[in-house]
Design a protein around this ligand. Structure first.
Ligand code: UD1
Length: 365
């Protein structure tokens, strides 16, 4: 029996680990599974609600690291995770994505000689000013099994000299969760639609330091949102760091036309996303979900580590200035951008990536 320890820390991790744990539980007596939450995200609507909706088991341990600078947060996770590994001695740890918890736990495991499987390996923005890019590059370098979501990721890893036998092209496991829960999300839509009273709207998410931490950039984006909202209403579930920045800078959003919400649960967000005319975001996962759904997405970033979303034709990168955003929105709101009948998502974005991951771990030494 292999002992597998899963790590989750921040919101985008939960939907990646849930389907893997579920797939592995279907192997009788092959795996012992443990779940550790680092506590990087701790608000109920950034964490607990995902456990409830995704069917994740209650974590065996919560390290309760909370917020802090990158160094503080990473160090806290490392300090609190080391004794856990020493006590439980897993055969593998499974770390998802690119958040600080991912790298921190991978580093600890690597020094203790415990094998690491990295879910969503190989993505590269080639922008080292992004904290997530550092987390991605370093986690991949010390991982033993690199579970990739797309062909570009395989190529990036080969280019960095990762041996082919460590690279497992399994597909996009976040899409497994979407495929499973889309019908349940659809059931929520009539109530939400009635509540908001909107049939056409733009969905906005925003939290990346490059957009939120720079005063000029955030002010321009707020101005652009107010301009866009005059044409089409906006639903904006707001990340806590973004809300804090907007409030502290005294910026004003047009709350007649912009529905400013607390972060939504997984099912509510998916329901809203699936019915949006267009999505404006700086999230990584939302670029992928809109690509699967065939919904137009404008990404307020200079680059993306998910180029397949661009080649699929659903996502474009836009500058944060008002002119660029308004022009792009008008262009993309054109109905011909809607999903075509013969639209095909990228390879292995098919709802069965977790089964391939479970098989890779089952067959591992
Ligand atoms: C983190 C990830 C980012 C991911 C995002 C998804 C890193 C480096 N970044 O960014 O890749 O896209 O999660 O949401 O790991 N806060 C709360 N309550 C919470 C969590 C955060 O109020 O439950 C506030 C705190 O003020 C905190 C700030 O948000 O300081 C930032 O949180 P942090 O976990 O450091 O990074 P995120 O911006 O959430």
């Amino acid at each position: 029996m292999k002992r597998i320890l899963f790590v989750v820390g921040a919101r985008p991790n939960f939907m990646k680990i849930a389907p893997i744990m579920e797939a592995m539980s279907r192997y009788a007596n092959a795996f012992e599974q443990l779940l550790v939450h680092t506590g990087q995200h701790y608000d109920a609507n950034m964490s607990q609600v995902f456990f409830d909706e995704l069917g994740l088991p209650k974590p065996d341990l919560n390290l309760q690291v909370g917020s802090g600078s990158h160094a503080q947060q990473t160090a806290q996770v490392m300090q609190r995770f080391e004794p856990v590994l020493l006590e439980y001695k897993p055969d593998w740890i499974v770390v998802p994505g690119d958040v600080n918890s991912t790298l921190a736990c991978a580093l600890v495991a690597s020094k203790l000689g415990i094998k690491i499987a990295h879910v969503e390996a190989g993505l590269r923005s080639f922008d080292r000013t992004m904290p997530e890019e550092i987390n991605r590059v370093l986690t991949d370098q010390i991982s033993d099994m690199l579970l990739t979501p797309s062909e570009d990721a395989n190529a990036n890893l080969r280019h960095e000299g990762i041996p082919q036998e460590r690279i497992h092209f399994v597909g996009n496991v976040m899409i497994d969760t979407l495929v499973r829960l889309l019908p349940k999300a659809a059931e929520r839509w009539p109530t939400l639609a009635h509540y908001y009273g909107l049939d056409r709207f733009v969905l906005v998410t925003l939290h990346r330091p490059s957009n939120v931490d720079r005063t000029d950039t955030l002010a321009e984006i707020v101005h652009a949102l107010n301009t866009i909202a005059a044409e089409i209403p906006i639903i904006f579930p707001i990340h806590p760091r973004t809300r804090k920045r907007i409030d502290s800078l005294g910026l004003t959003l047009d709350q007649q036309r912009i529905y400013l919400l607390e972060p939504l649960s997984y099912l509510d967000f998916l329901a809203v996303q699936a019915h949006a005319q267009l999505v404006l975001t700086d999230s990584g996962g939302v670029q992928e979900e809109t690509t699967y759904l065939g919904i137009p997405c404008l990404t307020i970033r200079a680059n993306t580590e998910r180029p397949v979303t661009i080649t699929q034709g659903t996502n474009i990168l836009v500058n944060h200035n008002t002119g660029a955003l308004v022009t792009a929105i008008e262009h993309f709101l054109d109905p011909t951008f809607r999903r075509q009948n013969n639209y095909q998502p990228p390879r292995y974005w098919d709802g069965t990536a977790a089964e391939r991951i479970a098989a890779s771990l089952y067959n591992s030494r």
